[in-house]
Write a protein that binds this ligand. Structure first.
Ligand code: HEC
Length: 237
């Protein structure tokens, strides 16, 4: 870890010199999103937005919790590389420059490769990266209880259920990181947890089940959507 850190420092220093001398190029981080290309914060990641603002609580925090703050990584116990990424204050404490995603370390690492890639097992999806970029560029605010446009009567697997699970669960429940030995990365694997009752029990945080997502809770509307989908047969629709 230390060597990775110092390599990053060296890269950063040589990068700045390179840029100063040549006044061209963008060094290592070519694929950065131009903030002006974002649709005024309308992120394609599931979650609530209010007035075009990416909602930290419903769209951004779940990404950090499931992909960064997993146990053994950037959680309060392991504090990998000095980063604890389990709540708003800890996330913005270092590595976020409000208003400037491209200048924010926690955003830049999403585009690294090899040993420096974060998360190390699987890169975030483009939609997740876009959400984080838009949130930082909008000031990195602690937006909670956002005006959620979630409709409990809509609950198809493809449009609603799978995006919730991808954003809130799969970071901890995929082949590369199998929390509780449970994989939620495909429909048929999700269906196993529907059929044994654990999906509903865990997201409703009912007695006798472990409360999921670990460390947080889905919105009431999302919980109803999942219950409705299960009650309607949990099909791959
Ligand atoms: C931060 C990581 C993390 C996230 C996010 C997460 N889980 Fe888990 N999950 C775990 C771990 C680890 C376990 C194993 C038990 C434990 O150690 O608490 C587990 C256990 C479970 C279980 C077994 C529960 C039981 O009672 O036996 C289910 C079902 C489950 N998770 C579903 C989900 C769903 C659905 C989501 C998203 C809504 C989710 N998890 C989000 C880490 C996570």
């Amino acid at each position: 870890m230390k060597s990775r850190k110092s390599i990053r420092k060296q890269v950063a220093v040589s990068c700045s010199i390179f840029m100063l001398v040549l006044i061209v190029g963008s060094c290592l981080h070519e694929p950065f999103i131009d903030p002006s290309s974002l649709n005024n914060g309308q992120s394609s990641t599931p979650g609530c937005t209010s007035s075009g603002t990416v909602c930290f609580e419903s769209s951004v925090l779940p990404i950090f919790l499931s992909s960064c703050a997993r146990s053994g990584c950037h959680d309060a116990v392991k504090k990998e590389a000095g980063y604890v990424l389990d709540n708003y204050n800890n996330i913005v404490r270092k590595g976020i420059t409000p208003g400037n995603a491209n200048g924010s370390k926690l955003y830049k690492v999403l585009f690294e490769s090899g040993d420096d890639q974060m998360p190390p097992d699987t890169p975030l999806s483009q939609a997740q990266k876009d959400s984080i970029a838009a949130w930082i560029n909008q000031g990195g605010k602690n937006t909670v209880n956002c005006n959620c446009s979630c409709d409990p009567t809509e609950f198809t697997y493809a449009a609603i259920i799978q995006p919730i699970i991808n954003n809130q669960c799969v970071g901890c429940h995929k082949p590369a990181s199998l929390g509780g030995n449970i994989d939620l990365s495909t429909y048929s694997l999700v269906k196993v947890q529907v059929d044994n009752g654990k999906l509903q029990g865990s997201v409703t945080q009912s007695a006798g089940y472990l409360a999921m997502p670990k460390g947080s809770k889905l919105s009431d509307c999302q919980i109803i959507q999942i219950k409705n989908w299960i009650a309607a047969g949990a099909s791959n629709n």
